[in-house]
Ligand binder design. Structure first.
Ligand code: NAD
Length: 250
């Protein structure tokens, strides 16, 4: 599918990877729209792009909020041919914290929150958007931002499980809906240089980490954009996970 003139809904487009995707897609002539939980980021994005990016504030982990945002988006005449499921939270917590003086077991609240933001969100938004794509009888592409943690990463039970779920949904939907002209691709970044990555890691662990990455550096957001663009443009790509990780494997 060509980018120029294509309506592309990006979730979590207000910062980090999502924000870069929106800016680059806009520069390539696509028409991005954004679902984003942070209303201030929505307003800033719309203003910074002179109103060329339409935004609908929405918590994509909340099914009712997704239904309302999809209805508002369609009501505004924005019918996406491409969906990029990017919204998510990165979370690290061991299954049992042996150093804790209080509750040692993984919090159930954080498990639920991470599964909600990183996996429920993909299911809620994709099911509604794909339903509309099928009704329009047009080709469509769904790109979901996963993570190399899906392979299993110590200290990230909830995050790894959620992203493994995203990969499984990608393969499932590719098989289920390929005959209807819909493609599903996951893009799995390794460590990307975003404010959220820098907030999550100390300088010492960043230095250690870079020594483990074969390319010896964090990835930049542009590397993720190039994979997303490939997923949209290459019409024979579906049911696969594109890893963008500088060679780092868990
Ligand atoms: P980020 O925190 O910079 O940006 C995430 C954006 O999503 C924010 O604007 C946030 O407000 C929004 N968001 C979060 N929860 C939401 C919700 N429930 N509803 C709507 N919007 C919501 O994060 P990032 O580093 O840009 O990560 C983006 C995606 O890339 C995530 O899915 C993350 O798991 C994935 N990823 C990131 C890295 C990395 O190194 N940064 C690596 C692998 C995968």
């Amino acid at each position: 599918m060509k980018l120029a003139g294509t309506r592309i809904l990006v979730t979590g487009g207000g910062s980090g990877i999502g924000r870069h995707l929106v800016e680059r897609l806009l520069a390539e002539g696509a028409e991005p729209g954004v679902f984003e939980i942070d209303a201030a980021r929505c307003a800033e994005l719309a203003a910074a792009t002179g109103g060329r990016v339409r935004t609908w504030p929405c918590d994509v982990s909340d099914a009712a909020a997704v239904d309302a945002a999809v209805a508002a988006m369609l009501g505004d005449g924005f019918e996406p041919d491409v969906l990029v499921n990017n919204a998510g939270v990165i979370h690290s917590e061991p299954l049992v914290n042996l150093l804790s003086r209080g509750e040692r077991a993984h919090s159930r609240e954080s498990w639920r929150r991470v599964l909600g933001a990183d996996l429920d969100s993909v299911f809620f938004v994709t099911s509604r958007v794909v339903d509309h794509m099928l009704a329009r009888r047009r080709k469509g592409v769904v790109v979901s931002i996963s993570s190399i943690s899906a392979a299993g990463n110590p200290g990230q039970s909830a995050y790894a499980a959620a992203k493994a779920g995203v990969n499984a949904l990608t393969r499932t939907w590719a098989a289920e809906l390929g005959a209807m002209g819909l493609r599903f691709v996951a893009v799995a970044p390794g460590f990307i240089d975003t404010p959220s990555t820098r907030a999550a890691l100390s300088e010492a662990s960043l230095t250690r980490l870079q020594q483990q990455i074969p390319l010896r550096r964090l990835g930049d957001v542009e590397a993720v954009y190039l994979a997303v663009r490939h997923a949209i443009e290459n019409d024979y790509l579906t049911g696969t996970v594109l890893e963008v990780d500088g060679g780092l494997v868990f």
